[in-house]
Design a protein around this ligand. Structure first.
Ligand SMILES: Nc1nc2c(ncn2[C@@H]2O[C@H](COP(=O)(O)OP(=O)(O)OP(=O)(O)O)[C@@H](O)[C@H]2O)c(=O)[nH]1
Ligand SMILES: [Mg+2]
Length: 253
């Protein structure tokens, strides 16, 4: 039976990893987890390699330095895709390691893929705001960003900067992810925008988002500034989305 792959970028998240992985396997016992670690220097690779599930359900892709969340996902997805070609996976889920994204919500995201969605986006902002313990300025920034994206791109989604999503593997394989160069918020927006322009079936599922369990935020002014200029840039570029040639020519354009 194919099992889902969960791709998790990590930078200084060792304090969260034991609880994150155990909770995830509690919710999805057959999940395979790929951590994409950017030389955190906190001992995460050693922890992974000494884990009893290492190389069966727990994997690590090590990168030589901090290169950003966007490129961590691009490399992580490429790693999973290679494996998918020989040992298919049923779903590809992306989420943070800091327990802001509740592992207990993963089965619901996967269930919606099984019902025919190509991409499932977990949303904090549909039918109200479900964010706990976040400082007001973070919430305002995130809500403001969601409105900005809606206005500039016309995408109908309530939480376009969210980083908790599930993809149908063959759909994800059809995207030319090497063309995506944006990072934090902008990366999340850009992938959804590409999928939306291609006419994928995209559904939102409400989740509760909690502030990180342990460790420090990697949110920065750079990430905010990048999102501000990338959004109009991607809206203008939107007429020419990148699709792998021969993989899936079915564009909505
Ligand atoms: N590999 C890698 N992972 C990263 C990088 N930046 C952030 N991450 C990871 O991406 C996920 C999201 O980053 P966060 O720092 O939690 O960002 P956020 O959720 O916007 O902010 P906080 O929850 O306030 O910390 C976490 O699992 C981070 O460890 C990076 O440059 N490389
Ligand atoms: Mg976080």
């Amino acid at each position: 039976m194919p099992s889902p792959f969960i791709v998790v970028p990590t930078y200084h998240e060792l304090d969260n990893l034991p609880r994150f992985t155990e909770r995830l396997w509690g919710a999805v016992p057959d999940a395979r987890i790929l951590l994409v670690d950017d030389a955190s220097g906190d001992g995460a690779p050693g922890w992974v390699r000494s884990h009893p599930r290492y190389d069966r359900q727990l994997f690590i892709l090590e990168r030589p330095g901090k290169r950003g969340l966007g490129s961590a996902y691009v490399e992580g997805f490429a790693w999973v895709m290679k494996r998918h070609a020989v040992e298919p996976c049923s779903a590809i889920v992306q989420m943070d390691a800091d327990l802001s994204h509740d592992p207990n919500s993963v089965p619901e995201l996967i269930r919606l893929l099984d019902q025919g969605a190509d991409l499932v986006i977990a949303t904090r902002y549909r039918d109200g705001v479900r964010v706990t313990n976040w400082p007001l300025h973070r919430l305002m920034l995130s809500l403001g960003a969601a409105q900005y994206v809606k206005l500039i791109t016309g995408m109908p989604f309530s939480d376009p900067t969210g980083g908790f999503k599930a993809f149908r593997p063959d759909r994800l394989a059809s995207l030319d992810l090497a063309q995506i160069h944006s990072d934090g918020y902008a990366f999340q927006i850009e992938v959804t925008h590409l999928a939306w322009r291609l006419g994928w079936k995209i559904v939102e599922v409400p989740i509760v988002f909690e502030d990180r369990h342990a460790g420090i935020s990697k949110m920065s002014g750079h990430i905010v500034r990048e999102a501000i200029w990338r959004v109009p840039w991607m809206a203008l570029r939107g007429r020419h989305p990148h699709v792998r040639s021969g993989a899936d020519g079915k564009s909505a354009l």
